[in-house]
Design a protein around this ligand. Structure first.
Ligand SMILES: Nc1ncnc2c1ncn2[C@@H]1O[C@H](COP(=O)(O)OP(=O)(O)OP(=O)(O)O)[C@@H](O)[C@H]1O
Length: 470
């Protein structure tokens, strides 16, 4: 067999292998390994001596994937190539270089950044998932970042830059319509822009469950596993759907473990935190909790306005800022509703030939506007709930004592007032008999503490939920 074939074979194999095994760790094995082709047509990958102790582990984890890759590009490979193996670098073997010198095997360098690929077309199974929107509407660029979603945005971005390594699994939770699916799409798009060969599965937990049920019905478990255990990134939306679905959970548990053990990235979204997912097996909850958990909250007024401006600009219509401010002041619960209101207003105005202004917005959106005045959530209510929860007096919260047992509830009450009401910093400061700067500092302190202390964060969220549901 001609020695040059070794590199040619590798050039064909590598893109397919790298799409299946994206872990930098494994790329390192390759970079430091050698290749040769034996008489029987086996493409032999020989590990550098330093890796010989891992040989069993490497074989167990990767040999099947290598064989599947080989099968996949069988038609592009010389027909003599029959198999692939992983071996320790043997002593005294007849080794070949690409130049045909009998002195060393060829070094296996990744060629992902070279232009040689199997074909100019993206291979079928490496295409962007077909349920992705073709526009970049759901990209990071079109995601408005504010205090409510900053951490979720930053971790999602980090994941898309080094999938499988920075935060794995990443668990994003929050109420409906706050941008969780948007972030999943953005992760997929951004990752594919770095490496179009990444294999990404994006689907909802409900779809996962349906596909699993079909696979049982059709006795097609092999293909089911092949589909979900061979991806580089699994993006699973609305994981709460798995609640009480014992069999699907069990299958997902194995999928999760298989991917995790290969450093494949997993991103999950849910409407609540892992430990609140009643009806989900403990072992799954604990896997989720092992990674990074981030929330998306209701956006603040400024973020809502920024989102509306972005949507307005993308629709290329003229709508005065004051109309957007009006909508943002009156629709706070979720972004989907905010967008819907804007579309409805624009459609109505253009159909009727009216100019868009605040009074038209009030007329057209009347039923959709959220009447906050009857929510009865003002700072006094927040103060009462916080004082009761921390078992301190309202007088203490408003007073001058600086012991930690008083400072914490005081800061939490200010934070919640800022997040759950539309009151400005000066108004909140007035009610707490403090300065604007103190309120600002308290809000920052609570944010920081929540990042450091999960228990504290849970407490704040518990209070927030309780107040929102009043
Ligand atoms: N920060 C943001 N910037 C721009 N658009 C946003 C932002 N957050 C959400 N959106 C938009 O709001 C809409 C709803 O978002 P999305 O579908 O991602 O919500 P979700 O949290 O996944 O909701 P659900 O739990 O109901 O699936 C989408 O059109 C999305 O693009």
């Amino acid at each position: 067999m001609e020695t040059i074939e070794c590199q040619a074979v590798w050039d064909i194999l590598y893109p397919v292998i790298s799409a299946r095994i994206s872990s930098p760790g494994f790329n390192k094995f390759f970079q430091e390994s050698f290749a040769s082709i034996d008489e029987s047509g086996t493409f032999k990958i020989s590990l550098n001596k330093g890796y010989n102790v891992f040989i069993d582990h490497i074989r167990d984890n990767y040999l099947n994937l290598l064989r599947e890759s080989l099968k996949e590009c069988k038609h592009d490979l010389p027909e003599q190539i029959k198999d692939i193996s992983i071996d320790a670098l043997g002593q005294g073997e007849a080794l070949y270089t690409v130049e045909g010198q009998k002195e060393d095997k060829i070094s296996l360098k990744p060629i992902i950044d070279k232009t040689r690929r199997r074909s100019t077309e993206t291979p079928k199974e490496l295409k962007a998932p077909n349920n992705f929107p073709s526009s970049d509407r759901y990209s990071f660029k079109n995601f408005v970042v504010g205090d409510s979603n900053r951490l979720a945005f930053a971790t999602s971005k980090a994941v898309s830059e080094s999938p499988g390594f920075s935060f794995n699994p990443l668990f994003i939770y929050g109420s409906s319509g706050l941008g969780k699916s948007h972030l999943l799409h953005a992760i997929a798009q951004e990752t594919l822009s770095h490496n179009p060969y990444h294999r990404i599965e994006y689907l909802s937990a409900e779809e996962f469950s349906n596909i699993f049920i079909d696979s049982i019905k059709n006795q097609d478990g092999h293909n089911f596993r092949k589909r979900f255990r061979n991806v580089d990134i699994l993006l699973l939306d609305d994981v709460q759907f798995l609640k009480n679905k014992t069999k699907t959970q069990e299958e997902f548990f194995h999928t999760f473990n298989a991917l995790y053990s290969l450093n494949k990235q997993i991103v999950l979204t849910s409407d609540c935190q892992p430990h609140e997912l009643d009806g989900l097996e403990k072992r799954l909850v604990s896997r989720f909790e092992h990674g990074q958990i981030v929330d998306v909250l209701k956006p603040e007024f400024e973020t809502r306005v920024a989102i509306l401006r972005l949507k307005r600009d993308s629709m290329n219509v003229h709508i005065p800022n004051e109309v957007l401010d009006f909508i943002a002041s009156n629709i706070k619960s979720h972004i989907r509703k905010l967008e819907g209101a804007l579309v409805r207003l624009v459609t109505y105005a253009s159909t009727m030939g009216y100019e868009v202004n605040v009074s038209l917005a009030r007329e057209v959106l009347g039923g959709q506007l959220e009447n906050t005045s009857d929510r009865n959530l003002d700072i006094t209510v927040i103060l009462r709930q916080v004082a009761e929860y921390f078992d301190v007096g309202i007088k203490d919260i408003l007073g001058k004592k600086r012991t930690q047992s008083i400072v914490t509830p005081r800061q939490v009450a200010m934070y919640l007032s800022r997040n759950l009401t539309e009151e400005s910093f000066p108004t909140i400061a007035d009610q707490f008999r403090r300065t604007h700067a103190t309120v600002l500092h308290s809000c920052n302190a609570v944010n920081e503490q929540m990042e450091l202390d999960q228990d504290f964060k849970d407490k704040v969220f518990f209070l927030k939920k309780r107040l929102e549901n009043l």
